[in-house]
Ligand binder design. Structure first.
Ligand SMILES: C[S@@+](CC[C@H](N)C(=O)[O-])C[C@H]1O[C@@H](n2cnc3c(N)ncnc32)[C@H](O)[C@@H]1O
Length: 288
């Protein structure tokens, strides 16, 4: 598949599936986040980590691959900015974003690897869970574009999943054990696992038979060192060290799941660089 076909496929997926609301009133895409009460506080606090690394005030914040700005925490990123420019390849994403941001938002359909803006116009930039939809050469182009449009002295925050997280690799037997046990206890858990597998956003391969996923190409700390380090100074912190499959399989209220996630959050806070490199989702801060 060439680059154009990839982008076309991704666009069609989000216009026709990802940003459509489904039965339970959430986006198809959000159904594959862990929305259970037991994980809510952990996920909420992970979302807020972005704010620490973003310049808190400014005129324009670029949200590259904004989607519909789907979670309430996302609104906090632009609180200190006059405008949030939402850029996405999907028109449906931007129509939905406009419902949330109204006049504060500016909306541009474009490709993150070819930004239609002058250099040095943005006071801040976020790009969340988007670059994995691009082939690796285009991911590098997107980083180059982010640096070009960002004002000097400002930061860009990128969150994306590593292709192969050592932590999640090590946890696989545990996940399988919990999934097997869950299936044994309640016949329904098997179905739950099946829906997790349909994730398009959070790093789990879609099942082969059903077209619920789209192109995903993720990256590694080594790729960052060879491709991005020559372009800019960057730091890797932890956004969230575990993926949705892990959460749904292993974390349960009845097993002290809330306490477990509090401890995990604290560990991520104490060792952000370790969990950022070894866990599933790094939070990358680019300095210009
Ligand atoms: C997984 S969603 C994430 C959306 C949002 N940032 C979030 O965290 O909820 C990925 C988004 O990136 C957009 N996208 C994918 N490839 C893109 C590209 N090349 N240029 C611009 N947007 C793109 C998709 O349309 C989709 O809205």
């Amino acid at each position: 598949m060439d680059d154009k076909d990839v982008k076309q496929q991704v666009r069609e997926f989000y216009n026709q599936v990802g940003w459509k609301t489904v039965g339970d009133g959430v986006y198809q895409n959000a159904r594959y986040e862990d929305l259970r009460p037991v994980s809510r506080e952990y996920i909420h606090r992970c979302h807020l980590r972005i704010n620490r690394h973003l310049n808190p005030t400014g005129d324009l914040l670029l949200d590259a691959g904004s989607g519909p700005v789907q979670y309430p925490e996302y609104l906090t990123y632009s609180e200190g900015y006059n405008h949030r420019l939402c850029l996405d390849i999907s028109i449906l994403a931007l129509k939905e974003a406009r419902n949330r941001l109204g006049e504060k938002g500016l909306y541009v359909v474009a490709d993150v690897a070819n930004l239609p803006f002058k250099p040095e116009v943005f006071d801040g930039l976020v790009s969340l869970h988007t670059l994995h939809h691009l082939p690796l050469p285009d991911q590098k182009k997107a980083y180059i574009e982010f640096l070009r449009v960002l004002k000097t002295g400002r930061t860009a925050v990128v969150v994306n999943g590593w292709t192969d997280s050592p932590m999640m690799r090590t946890a696989k037997p545990l996940i399988r054990l919990f999934e097997w046990f869950g299936k044994l206890v309640t016949g329904q858990r098997g179905e739950d696992k099946e829906t997790v597998l349909k994730s398009a956003c959070y790093g789990v391969e879609p099942p082969r038979k059903e077209p619920t996923g789209t192109f995903i190409k993720k990256f590694s700390p080594e790729w960052m060192k060879t491709e991005i380090a020559p372009l800019a100074r960057y730091e890797i912190f932890c956004w969230r060290s575990v993926n949705v499959r892990y959460l749904r399989a292993v974390v349960h209220g009845i097993l002290g799941g809330k306490l477990y996630l509090k401890l995990l959050y604290l560990l991520e806070e104490w060792f952000p660089k370790y969990y950022g490199e070894k866990g599933q989702y790094p939070l990358i801060v680019l300095h210009k």
